[in-house]
Design a protein around this ligand. Structure first.
Ligand code: FAD
Length: 413
């Protein structure tokens, strides 16, 4: 038997929380629990993302390279009083509106607010690394990389992992289990076996592929600059598909082409690709360059998009799941991570309300707190999943309608 067991926790008065998933949401949750004084074990399936060959940009991961951070996410980053908001904003690029590329060289700027409100373009890797660096500064946190959760016994607080380094099974115990293990959550799946969970998932016909517009070399040739306005989220809406671009600190843009998979499948050769882009995004070919477009379109991974709704998010005083595990949404509202961060902030405020301490004395209160989290959070998550689905049509189509553009002009005036 290659199973090893941690000593029982029964004589330890302090609470242990096991956080499953060291993505953006799980690492932020780790910080909040560490600050509350809990002993935290963070388990992550993958290797440490701060080592360059393991990073999200290395091609191992199929996820957006940059993300739009909004006030929801910023509020959660500002709370643990760790300068996180400052660190992240220092390397973020403000986007004050969307720039619609209507036809060849025809642009329309649509501000996000009348009072100079911004969202921010942040690099996923940088954000994740900043979170891990901060997590590591707490001595009540232990991080276990390459640990894949396989099975939970929620009533006993028992978790079984496969250690990916040696293939051995290891067991840990925890008073509270937090599933932040993303869209295909094992914690959620394990909970479904023991509670009556309503669950709904929907794949949309669109898939996505990321492309990079490189920085422009200045005329003198010794510097680089952005090739387009860097303070906008750029959109090329084409009704049944669209392309978007967010700026990066190194003056490149990360672009995402969202299109039904049949359209992707119909582009088989480099000639098909160039004809398709000449027809639909002629200005984009000039920005990215033919060679770069050909290389990335055929080489970069294509990702599918889905929306998940479920209820409840908790089990007694034993477990809860948050982030994409609870409410994965299509990315058109730019709120998936932001909502996951808000989950963490909300859970923390509910713990404050019930005065949940880091000692094992108030299990009934913990039960009530977790139940309250489901009751408050679930309807809001469903609403934002629906809004994200609605924005799927808005972004690729409605933003170009003559009525919409006239209304915008009148509002601006
Ligand atoms: P994840 O980031 O998926 O992290 C889950 C972690 O759990 C992973 O590290 C995984 O390795 C680990 N894990 C999984 N299973 C196990 C297991 N069994 N054991 C141990 N560990 C496990 N959101 C925004 O707010 N703004 C945007 O602009 C935006 N743009 C997006 C663009 C695209 C194309 C996509 C696809 C998404 C976008 N999102 C955006 C959504 C955002 O990426 C997600 O909402 C966010 O990453 C969710 O974070 P998470 O920590 O819940 O899940």
């Amino acid at each position: 038997n290659n199973t090893t067991t941690q000593p029982s926790l029964s004589d330890v008065p302090k609470r242990y929380v096991a956080i499953i998933g060291g993505g953006l949401v799980g690492t932020l949750a780790t910080l909040y629990f560490a600050q509350r004084g809990w002993d935290v074990n963070l388990f992550e399936l993958r290797k440490d993302p701060r080592i360059p060959e393991n990073s999200e940009n290395s091609g191992i991961f199929q996820r957006s390279i940059n993300l739009a951070l909004s006030v929801r996410g910023l509020s959660a980053l500002s709370k643990p009083n760790l300068d996180l908001e400052k660190i992240v904003l220092e390397s973020a690029i403000p986007m004050k509106g969307r720039m619609i590329h209507i036809g060849k060289d025809k642009l329309s700027s649509q501000p996000y607010g009348s009072f100079g409100e911004n969202i921010y373009s942040v690099e996923r890797n940088f954000l994740l690394e900043s979170l891990f660096n901060t997590v590591e500064s707490f001595n009540n946190v232990k991080i276990y990389f390459q640990h894949q959760l396989k099975r939970c016994d929620f009533d006993k607080g028992l978790l079984e992992f496969e250690n990916k380094e040696d293939g051995k099974l290891v067991q840990y115990t925890a008073d509270l289990i937090i599933g932040a293990d993303g869209v295909h959550s094992t914690v959620r799946r394990q909970l479904m076996r023991i509670i009556n969970m309503n669950y709904q998932q929907e794949y949309i016909p669109h898939i996505y592929c990321e492309l990079t517009i490189p920085p422009k070399v200045t005329e003198k040739g010794n510097e680089t600059e952005f090739i387009m306005d860097s303070n906008h989220l750029h959109i090329w809406p084409r009704h049944s598909f669209m392309l978007i671009a967010l700026p990066n600190k190194n003056k490149s843009f990360t672009c995402t082409l969202f299109m039904p998979h049949e359209n992707f499948d119909s582009i088989k050769t480099e000639d098909d690709l160039i004809t398709f882009f000449q027809c639909n995004f002629p200005d984009f070919i000039q920005l990215i360059g033919e060679q770069q477009l050909k290389k990335e379109f055929f080489h970069n991974p294509k990702g599918s998009l889905l929306s998940i709704k479920c209820k409840p998010y908790h089990y007694r005083n034993r477990a809860i799941f948050i982030g994409d595990a609870a409410h994965c949404m299509v990315p058109f509202y730019g709120q998936g991570m932001n909502c996951g961060f808000q989950d963490v902030e909300l859970l923390d405020s509910i713990f404050d309300k019930y005065n949940i301490t880091s000692f094992r004395s108030d299990d009934d209160k913990l039960n009530l707190a977790l139940e309250e989290f489901t009751n408050i959070r679930q309807p809001d998550s469903v609403a934002i999943c629906d809004l994200a689905m609605y924005n799927y049509i808005e972004m690729r189509s409605r933003v170009t309608s003559p009525l919409y553009l006239i209304r915008k002009k009148v509002e601006d005036w």
